[in-house]
Write a new protein. Structure first.
Length: 91
């Protein structure tokens, strides 16, 4: 399996860092590091996340990392990280 980040997911990471950094730069860096590391465990168990039926027939799933939700899609031998956000955000 391969892991790829969609441009929107990378933008989400940048947005979260920009939001957190003015308050606590080290915490912002730790948050971004944990969010970028978490999807790597999907390489061993890609279907560990909850499947989101509203995206059928695509195989879109989600995992929670602390209070953040990461959505990803499995396509053949590639996992695409689609989006991520804090669960308190209005999505």
């Amino acid at each position: 399996m391969n892991l790829k980040w969609a441009s929107k997911a990378l933008s989400d990471l940048a947005r979260l860092h920009e939001f957190l950094a003015p308050v606590n730069k080290p915490a912002a860096a730790r948050t971004v590091q944990s969010l970028t590391a978490a999807p790597r465990r999907l390489l061993e168990q890609p279907r560990i996340g909850e499947r989101l039926d509203e995206f059928e027939p695509r195989e879109v799933r989600r995992i929670l990392v602390g209070q953040y939700e990461i959505r990803y899609e499995i396509q053949k031998s590639t996992i695409y990280v689609l989006r991520l956000w804090h669960t308190r955000e209005d999505r």
